[in-house]
Design a protein around this ligand. Structure first.
Ligand code: NDP
Ligand code: X2W
Length: 346
């Protein structure tokens, strides 16, 4: 059995890791860590895990993390893993980091967008960007995984096949995305206050969201073409789910059928990406609680644009599920192990 440790077990990412890993046949949840509630049972924080036999919350200590676990998940705010993960890996541990601390290749770019001190560059270089479908070989040999952000997961899985094809102008991409409120984590603030966000929708961080350089970096890396995107996130009054709608200008005449075929073949061997039939309008509810990313492609011949629709559950495919998929690849387990194959519906 793989001994798993979770730092940030009292947050939404941690709770989802626990929900999924508790049903994983090759995993034992060995340790749960907290910076604020040490010694307490987790059900004091989350009554929904009452009587499930989980370990009590432990203090965070690099030596304990590396020796008492075969793999450690960090589901912590930016800045925590940057300091701790290098120590854990140096001591022989493996880390899967759900935060943005090791995703951006340039420490200067991280500091500009996250307004925090970056992890040491040598460690950023050692980290593998865990967009599983596109980096599987590197994930298999990694000891430090930078699990992608929620918006980048939805956007990149949709954009990459076309970005690599050269059929879309690299500077024409616009990504307009909507997220459920759980994407903001469990922390309480006016920004997630029920009476202020319910029955309302708004854009935020226009032109300044930290996932912009992450999406640009990975498209540029995979396609070889320097890419800039216009990215605007929106908050919608639902709990889980992201819908990313992307628009790109086609550089030559390409038919709906050609693009449909491009996507079908790009993801033919990928169990968690479902290319929906032409004319589909995927809904977040159709991937709820699952590790799927459902994608539909539409060509608008009148405007010469392609429109990509991509839906994920932000807490599963955008965080904990993708992290477990990466763990399965790292430990040479069947990719779907422990991950639900039928979404929760309705
Ligand atoms: N929610 C989502 O949909 C997604 C989240 N992410 C990323 O995953 C990470 C976790 O997000 P999420 O679970 O939503 O956030 P939450 O705010 O729900 O949870 C974060 C947890 O981190 C712990 N924490 C806070 N400060 C520290 C600290 N200084 N040292 C150690 N632990 C600390 C807290 O637990 P305690 O006080 O017990 O230590 C808290 O429970 C973030 O980096 C987020 O950006 C990525 C993709 C999607
Ligand atoms: C709805 C909502 O607020 N979502 C969060 C998701 C960011 C996140 O998960 O942060 P990192 O991936 O950079 O760690 C946001 O937009 O800031």
């Amino acid at each position: 059995m793989i001994r798993v440790g979770i730092v940030g077990a009292t947050g939404y990412g941690g709770a989802e890791l626990i929900r999924l890993l508790a049903g994983h046949p090759q995993v034992r949840i060995a340790n749960l860590y907290s910076s604020s509630s040490q010694g307490e049972p987790l059900d004091q924080v989350f009554p929904h895990v009452y009587d499930l036999g989980l370990p009590a919350l432990s203090a965070i200590d690099a030596e304990h993390l590396s020796k008492e676990n075969d793999v450690v998940f960090f589901a912590t705010p930016a800045g925590v893993s940057a300091k701790l993960s290098p120590q854990v890996v140096e001591l022989g541990g493996k880390v899967i980091d759900l935060s943005g601390d090791f995703r951006l290749e340039s420490p200067a770019v991280y500091q500009e967008w996250y307004k925090k001190e970056a992890a040491p560059e040598t460690w950023i270089k050692r980290a593998v960007y865990g967009l599983t479908e596109w980096n599987k070989e590197q994930v298999a040999g990694a000891s430090l995984i930078a699990n992608p952000g929620c918006y980048p997961t939805a956007a990149l899985l949709a954009l990459l096949p076309l970005a690599k094809s050269g059929w879309v102008a690299a500077d024409s991409w616009i990504v307009d995305a909507k997220s459920g409120v759980s994407g903001a984590g469990r922390g309480v603030s006016l920004g997630v206050h029920y009476s202020e966000i319910n029955e309302s929708i708004h854009a935020y961080k226009v032109g300044s969201h930290q996932h912009t350089p992450e999406i640009e970096q990975e498209i540029t890396r995979q396609s070889g073409a320097e890419t800039t995107i216009q990215f605007t996130p929106h908050l919608v009054p639902m709990t889980r789910g992201i819908l990313a709608t992307a628009y790109g200008k086609l550089t030559n005449e390409v038919s709906q059928a050609q693009i449909q075929e491009l996507y079908a073949s790009a993801y033919a061997d990928q169990l968690f990406v479902r290319i929906r039939p032409a004319g589909s309008h995927p809904r977040t509810k159709e991937v709820y609680g699952s590790n799927y990313c459902d994608i539909a492609v539409h060509v608008d011949e009148r405007t010469g644009r392609v429109i990509l629709l991509s839906v994920i559950d932000n807490v599963v495919k955008g965080a904990a599920g993708q992290a477990i998929h990466n763990m399965n690849v790292m430990f040479e387990l069947p990719e779907t192990m422990g991950l639900p194959l039928v979404p929760l519906f309705p």
